[in-house]
Design a protein around this ligand. Structure first.
Ligand SMILES: *[C@@H]1O[C@H](CO)[C@@H](O)[C@H](O)[C@H]1NC(C)=O
Ligand SMILES: *[C@@H]1O[C@H](CO)[C@@H](O)[C@H](O)[C@H]1NC(C)=O
Ligand SMILES: *[C@@H]1O[C@H](CO)[C@@H](O)[C@H](O)[C@H]1NC(C)=O
Ligand SMILES: *[C@@H]1O[C@H](CO)[C@@H](O)[C@H](O)[C@H]1NC(C)=O
Length: 408
C-alpha cells in the first residue's frame, strides 16, 4: 500500500534527471492507488489509519479469536435491552462468550467507536426494516452508542413498540425500526391462531406499506428477513393466489418458501429503486443463523454452548444456505439495477461469522426460570454478545461510504 509521505525526495536524488523522470512515472502509476482519504482534506482526522486496509480486506471472512476485555455495555448501563435478549438480567452464568473478537483474515476489525459512529451519521437517518432480529441489531447499536448518549423517543409516530423512532438530539441523527417480518404486505388469516404456525397471505408484489410509505427520507436502510418464511403461507401475485407453502387444505400449486423469499426481496429492492426521492444506501443484512441442538426448536431443542465452534464444525447448510444464496442473488440484481439510478446497495454479510457462534443466543436466559416458557430462543442474540459485531462491521461500511462520498 502506498503511503505518500514516505517518499523522501533527497536533493541528490532529484539532481539526477533520469531519477526524476522515474519518480514522476512511479507517481503517475501509483496515484490512482493513493487512498482517497488523503485527497479529501476536509475528512475528520480519524478517517486515515484503517481505511486503506479495509478497502482491500473482506471484513466478513475471518475467525473469532479470544479477546480479553469488558463488554462495551451491560444490563445495567444500557436500558434499551429487550427482556428476551437480556441474558445477564436473567442469570446467564457464563461470560466467556463475551470474550471473543472477530478477526478478518486480512486485516483488523477496529473496536466500535461510538463517537466516530455518531459523527458519521450526524444529520442523517437510519432505518432497520425486518423482523425482531433487525430490532435486535438496532438495540445493540443503541447500547453501543449509549456510551456517549441516549436518544430521545420523541418522534415515534405510533405507540406501537414495533415502529420506533429515536432521535439523537446533539447529532441530529434519527434511528428507526419498522416491523416487516415478510417485507411484503401480509394478511394474517387467523390472528388468534398459534404464533408460529398459522396461515398467512403474502402479497409478494406489494412492499409492506408500513415501511414503504416512510422509507423515502432515510439515508441508510438496513433490510433483512428470515425465519418467518418457514411458516405456512399463501402467495399472491397480481392479487391472485399463485401458490402455497405448507398449506393443509391446498388447492393451489405447492411452492417453496424460497419462492416467496426471493420475490419478497425483489419487490422490496424494486420499491426502493422506484421511490423517486429515495437517495439512501441500502444494506442487506444477510441471514442470521439459528442454532437449535439436542432437538428441534419446538421439541426441546436448545443452545447451551459457551464458546464459538471451529469453522468446519458448523456451516451454513440446507434451507438456511438456500435462503442465504437466494437473498444474495436478489441483492446482486438490485445492485445492478440500483446503479443505473445512482443508488448503492451493500451486503452486510454476517452469516459466516455468526454460524460459528451457537454460544451467542439466550436459550432459556430470556425470561425468569419460573415463567413457563418451553421453547428456547436459539434465534435471537444476547445483548451484549456477538451481535455487537454486526455494528462493528456496519461502522466500517459507513466509513467506506464516507470515503466514497468524498470523491463524488
Ligand atoms: C443485571 O444483571 C444482574 C445479574 O447479572 C442482576 O443482578 C441485576 O439485577 C441486573 N440489573 C438490571 C438493571 O437488570
Ligand atoms: C438535521 O438533519 C436534517 C436531515 O436529516 C436536515 O434537513 C436538518 O437541516 C438538520 N438540522 C440541523 C439543525 O442541522
Ligand atoms: C402439496 O403438498 C401437500 C403436502 O406435501 C400435498 O398433500 C398436496 O397434495 C400437494 N398439493 C398439490 C396441489 O400438489
Ligand atoms: C407449563 O406448561 C406446560 C405445557 O404447556 C403445562 O402442562 C404446565 O401445567 C405448565 N406449568 C405451569 C406451572 O404453569
Amino acid at each position: 500500500m502506498v503511503y505518500v509521505p514516505e517518499f523522501h525526495l533527497g536533493k541528490n536524488l532529484l539532481d539526477n534527471g533520469m531519477t526524476k523522470l522515474l519518480i514522476t512515472l512511479v507517481l503517475i502509476v501509483l496515484t490512482p492507488m493513493i487512498p482517497l482519504y488523503i485527497l479529501n482534506i476536509s475528512s475528520p482526522i480519524w478517517l486515515p489509519s484503517k481505511i486503506s486496509e479495509s478497502r482491500k480486506c473482506d471484513i466478513f471472512r475471518g475467525k473469532w479469536i479470544p479477546y480479553q476485555s469488558t463488554p462495551y455495555y451491560n444490563n445495567a448501563t444500557c436500558r434499551d435491552i429487550h427482556d428476551l435478549q437480556n441474558c445477564m438480567k436473567f442469570g446467564r452464568p457464563d461470560t466467556d462468550f463475551l470474550k471473543w473478537k472477530w478477526k478478518p483474515d486480512e486485516c483488523e476489525l477496529p473496536r466500535f467507536d461510538s463517537e466516530q459512529f455518531l459523527e458519521l451519521v450526524r444529520g442523517k437517518s437510519m432505518a432497520f426494516i425486518g423482523d425482531s432480529l433487525g430490532r435486535n441489531q438496532m438495540q445493540s447499536l443503541q447500547c453501543l452508542l449509549s456510551r456517549v448518549v441516549y436518544p430521545e423517543d420523541i418522534i415515534s409516530y405510533t405507540e406501537d413498540a414495533r415502529f420506533k423512532r429515536w432521535f439523537y438530539v446533539n447529532y441530529n441523527f434519527t434511528l428507526a425500526s419498522s416491523w416487516a417480518p415478510h417485507l411484503v404486505r401480509t394478511i394474517d388469516t387467523d390472528p388468534d391462531g398459534p404464533t408460529y404456525n398459522r396461515l398467512l397471505n403474502l402479497y409478494l408484489d406489494e412492499a409492506d406499506h408500513a415501511w414503504a410509505a416512510q422509507v423515502e427520507k432515510y439515508d441508510y436502510v438496513i433490510i433483512s428477513a428470515g425465519r418467518w418464511f418457514y411458516g405456512p403461507q399463501v402467495f399472491y401475485e397480481n392479487g391472485k393466489a399463485v401458490g402455497c407453502h405448507l398449506c393443509l387444505k391446498n388447492t393451489n400449486k405447492n411452492l417453496t418458501m424460497f419462492y416467496g423469499y426471493r420475490k419478497a426481496f425483489r419487490t422490496s429492492f424494486k420499491t426502493l429503486i422506484s421511490l423517486a426521492r429515495f437517495s439512501g444506501v441500502t444494506f442487506l443484512r444477510t441471514l442470521s443463523p439459528a442454532h437449535f441442538e439436542n432437538g428441534e426448536w419446538n421439541k426441546g431443542g436448545n443452545c447451551v454452548r459457551t464458546q464459538p465452534v471451529s469453522k468446519g464444525e458448523m456451516k451454513m447448510e440446507g434451507d438456511d444456505l438456500e435462503l442465504y444464496l437466494t437473498q444474495v442473488q436478489e441483492f446482486r440484481r438490485a445492485k445492478r439495477e440500483g446503479r443505473r439510478r445512482g443508488l448503492d446497495f451493500r451486503l452486510l454479510d454476517i452469516s459466516a461469522a455468526m454460524v460459528v457462534r451457537p454460544d451467542g443466543h439466550p436459550s432459556h436466559y430470556g425470561h425468569w426460570p419460573h415463567e413457563n416458557v418451553t421453547i428456547a430462543d436459539c434465534v435471537h442474540w444476547c445483548l451484549p454478545g456477538p451481535i455487537d459485531t454486526w455494528n462493528e462491521l456496519l461502522l466500517q461500511m459507513l466509513k467506506r461510504e464516507r470515503s466514497r462520498g468524498a470523491i463524488q
